[in-house]
Design a binder for this molecule. Structure first.
Ligand code: KIV
Ligand code: NA
Length: 257
């Protein structure tokens, strides 16, 4: 049975930990889905696979193109797609138009938007009213990299209070879950306790209702990983080894046999 948004919310109440990973293509999506991962996120972290320094250049058409490939590989997991930079911040109309295109053209069940006060609260509310499920994202929001950098957020009392208030307002606006990125453990646990929607942490401690990481980071495929990622295997090394072996065998006329 495919995972639903209602289930994701219910799992928080049941204390069942939610597992999420990113996918940008059919093959990866298929492997993640077959492993029983609950949420597949077509993240704009896809920028790393396309050779960009930040997530900012990613377009809505690129997200939809990759989301359609991911859709073909996902049977069970809930599929969420990032709205890329400046495809939802301009106006509520723009947000509804972009999110609507994602749902209609890719077949995803939900979109994710970054940020909170003040603008994003009304945007989330209006998206939800239009029938578009929204995953929120606070703390370190990489689309604001030129303002925030990539450092941990919520370290001062004021900043922590601001993030907590944003999370509460986003839940009230109708978000069905919220990503907490790179914030202190005590803040993540405070937000998780106060919200009734699930918190999905990335660099936000074990005190969240679920976890997400970028798949190319856990596979050791990204050129560099954020400090909070865990690298479970080194695919760069494995792939390089296979490429070199093929090359050597062709040159030495050992392949084909
Ligand atoms: O783009 C992305 O992959 C994300 C997750 C890391 C939360 O936003
Ligand atoms: Na993202």
């Amino acid at each position: 049975m495919p995972v639903t948004i209602q289930q994701i919310i219910q799992w928080k109440q049941l204390g069942r930990t939610i597992v999420a990973l990113t996918a940008w293509d059919y093959i990866t999506a298929q492997l993640i889905d077959a492993a029983g991962i609950d949420i597949v996120l077509v993240g704009d972290s896809m920028a790393v696979m396309l050779g960009y320094e930040t997530t900012l250049p990613i377009t809505l058409d690129e997200m939809i193109y990759h989301a359609k490939a991911v859709r073909r590989g996902v049977k069970r997991a809930l599929m969420v797609v990032d709205l890329p930079f400046l495809t939802y911040q301009e106006s509520i109309q723009q947000a509804i138009h972009s999110a609507g295109r994602v749902l209609k053209e890719s077949g995803a069940q939900a979109v994710k938007v970054e940020g909170g006060y003040p603008a994003m609260i009304e945007t989330v509310e209006r998206l939800v009213q239009a029938g578009i499920p929204v995953m929120a994202h606070v703390g370190l929001t990489p689309q604001s990299v030129h303002q925030l950098g990539l450092k941990q957020q919520g370290k001062t009392e004021d900043s922590a209070q601001h993030i907590l208030n944003e999370a509460i307002a986003l839940e009230q606006a109708g978000a069905f879950s919220i990503v907490l990125e790179h914030i202190p453990s005590n803040l993540a646990s405070q937000i998780t306790e106060q919200l009734s929607i699930p918190t999905i942490g990335i660099g936000a401690s074990v005190h969240c209702d679920g976890q997400v990481l970028v798949t190319s980071d856990i596979l050791g495929l990204s050129e560099k990983q954020p400090p909070f990622a865990k690298v479970y295997t080194n695919l760069r090394e494995i792939i390089s080894g296979a490429i070199l072996k093929y090359s050597t065998e062709v040159k030495e006329r050992k392949f084909p046999t």
